[in-house]
Every structure is written in C-alpha cells, then in structure tokens.
Design a binder for this molecule. Structure first.
Ligand code: SF4
Length: 379
C-alpha cells in the first residue's frame, strides 16, 4: 500500500506544463502498486473531471439515418469493422472499471445500434457490478427494444434514450433511411414503459425543412405518457451528413413552435451541467427538453469520454481520432499502465469544438473533413 504523500507528484502534473514528463517518470513506480492513484480526481486542461463514459458496442446499425449513416454511403459493400477488431465484453468491462476509478459514475451504451450486438444484456450485467457505477443508460433506435427490454432490465439497465426523429410515418422512413415506419420503435417504448423504465427520453434531431413541421405531433404523441421528448439541434458530427448552419432549427425556435400549441414554462435543471434545458407543460402533463448543441454550446461542462467500438478513447464528439487502448490491452498491458494511459489522455484534453464553432465560418472551414463518424463513437 502506498501512502498518499507518495502521490503528490502524480497530482501535481495537472497544472504544470511538463506534466507528461512528470507523469512518465512516475509510471514505473505506479506499476508496482495495485491501485491507480493517478486516476483519483483527474481533470482536463479546462478543469473538467471525467464523469460519463459512452461506450460504442458496434459500428453497425439496422437504420440508415441520413445524418449519421446515409444509405448511399453505407450500402451492402460498406466494410464495417471485422469481429476481431471489436472490443470484447471483458475488455469493455475492464476499461469501465478503470474509468470508474477516475470518477466516472455514469455509463451510456451506444453504437451504431447497440441492440444489434449479440447478448448485450450480458454486458449490462457485467457493467452494473462495477464499484462506483450508479447509472447505466442505453441509446437505441428502439427497433429491437420490445424483445430485449426485459433482459436489459433484469441485467441492471437503469435508463433508456430512444432516437425517434418523427412520429410521422413518411418522415420517419425518410430520416431513418429504411422502409419501416415507427411502429416497432413505439412498441419498444410501450414495453419498456410497462417494465418501469422511467423517465424514457425520446431524442429528436431537428432538421429544417425535413422534420420541423412534425415537432408538435411528436410532442403531442408523448405528452402525458411520462416520456420526455428532447429536441436536439442538428449538428455537424462526422463528415457525411452535409451539414449546413441553415439546416439548424435553434432550441429557441423549437420552444416557440411547441408553445404555439401547448403552454410551456422553464424548469430548473435536475443537476448542474445538465445538457438539456427543461420545459414543463403548464397543464401538468409532463415536460420536454431542448439541447442547444449549436446555438448555446456547453463545452464548459463536458465531462464525457467516448470509447469507440474498436477501443479508441475519444475525448470529444467532434474529435479527429482517439487513443488506442485495444492494442495496449491485447499486448498485455497491466491495469496500472492502462490507468496511466487514461490519466494521460484526460489530463491532456482541451476539446471545446462547439464553442469554437460558434466563433464562425473560418473555424468550420479549417476543421471540416477529419472528424470521427458518429456511428463509431455514439452520439
Ligand atoms: S463539442 Fe466536444 S467538448 Fe464540447 S460539449 Fe461537445 S463533446 Fe464536449
């Protein structure tokens, strides 16, 4: 057991400019311990701790959403990651356990579509047993949810977020890039509600002249059901969605549109740093949320790390790449070494893409073309 005083040099590396050197010098010492003190209380260059880990369990999806995995680019010939390149459940569990030691208490399982990965409840079961993890959420398009919801619940899944861009049959088909309407997704939501998942969140990516005329109908469908619809500003994630600022319907506009039909009033956040701004229906029939990723960036509160399907740690939704943990693990790295890698990546993080984007077109032009795709790291 190593006394706290011996960790001083590890803690010092945050504010000093040569922290990587200091850190490397301590790694040898670290490898002799069974704990990972470098992970305790780590913060990035902007003083943000790591609290949430988003884990992409597959790069495949049964939908072809136009803003994520458009069908014309992801056809039958598209080569997804080969099976051996995908992290095993045991590798994911190991990394999640180390992230928990760094301060992560929330895990979100994403994809691609996570429910196309076989035996997903088995992974949830492993993650739910990790010390320090008190919340496991799943983001899904809901298509396969009805038959998986019970097993996920039994395994320890706490929360569900369902992507559903429109309740309108035709708009749903158009945006999801496949021939089915929303019936399967709605059935999944119904089953999950009956199983006690609460509150279920419904994510709607809002695109001007695509689904903005159906926002009220979508809100109306879920009003009074306990589900919380969250309208998300269309973002320039990845390189394949032909994003333009003119396609963004701001949260302010969304609130104006919904308010024309239903009286709304703002509500305080559930916790500091909550991404969605909350509004409740004045008649008491629940609430909606708006996520202003473009018009009001929230990088200052961003405590999210992302683990890609093939084991790369990505520190921003808009990053151009990540740090490979899979190779290190498969080469036999000890937990101490992996912990050291996590600390090194996180303490070197200075991402604030959305804030910089808001500074104007020069920044956008300079960064386009080299961003990680959303299906690879989750949204
Ligand atoms: S742009 Fe990057 S740093 Fe900013 S909130 Fe999004 S993921 Fe976090």
């Amino acid at each position: 057991m190593v006394g706290t005083g011996n960790y001083v040099s590890a803690v010092v590396f945050k504010p000093v400019s040569n922290r990587v050197l200091v850190f490397d010098a301590c790694l040898d010492f670290m490898s002799k311990t069974s704990e990972h003190p470098f992970l305790k209380g780590i913060t990035d260059k902007l003083d943000r701790p790591v609290r949430d880990l988003r884990i992409s369990v597959t790069d495949r999806c049964n939908f072809r959403c136009t803003y994520c995995m458009p069908a014309e680019m992801f056809g039958e010939r598209y080569e997804f990651l080969p099976r051996p390149d995908i992290l095993t459940f045991e590798e994911i569990e190991r990394l999640a356990r180390l992230f928990a030691q760094a301060g992560v208490s929330k895990l979100r399982i994403t994809g691609g579509e996570p429910l196309v990965r076989a035996n997903l409840p088995e992974l949830v079961g492993k993650l739910s047993k990790i010390d320090g993890i008190d919340d496991i959420a799943l983001t899904t398009n809901g298509y396969l949810l009805a038959k998986n919801a019970q097993a996920l619940k039994d395994a320890g899944l706490n929360r569900l977020t369902i992507s559903l861009d429109s309740i309108d049959e035709d708009i749903f088909k158009k945006m999801s890039g496949q021939p089915q309407g929303p019936a399967n997704t709605l059935e999944g939501i119904q089953v999950a509600t009956e199983l006690g998942f609460s509150p279920i969140k419904i994510n709607v990516v809002v695109q001007r002249s695509v689904n903005d005329h159906t926002l009220v109908d979508t809100a109306r469908y879920f009003k009074g059901t306990g589900a919380i619809v969250r309208f998300i500003e269309f973002m320039d994630v990845g390189t394949k969605n032909s994003w333009e600022l003119s396609q963004v319907v701001t949260s302010k506009e969304v609130i104006e549109i919904i308010s024309e039909e239903f009286a709304l009033e703002p509500v305080d956040p559930n916790y500091s740093g909550e991404v969605a701004s909350r509004y409740r229906y004045v008649d008491g029939e629940g609430e909606i949320g708006v996520i202003s990723s473009v018009s009001e960036p929230f990088c200052g509160n961003c405590t999210r790390a992302r683990l890609s399907t093939d084991g790369k740690l990505v520190t921003c939704l808009f990053a151009s790449g990540g740090t490979d943990f899979k190779t290190a693990m498969r080469d036999g790295a000890a937990d101490d070494e992996i912990a050291g890698m996590i600390a090194r990546v996180w303490t070197g993080r200075d991402d604030r893409y959305s804030e910089l984007r808001s500074k104007g077109p020069e920044f956008q032009a300079g960064t386009a073309g080299d961003k990680v795709e959303m299906y690879y790291i989750g949204g």
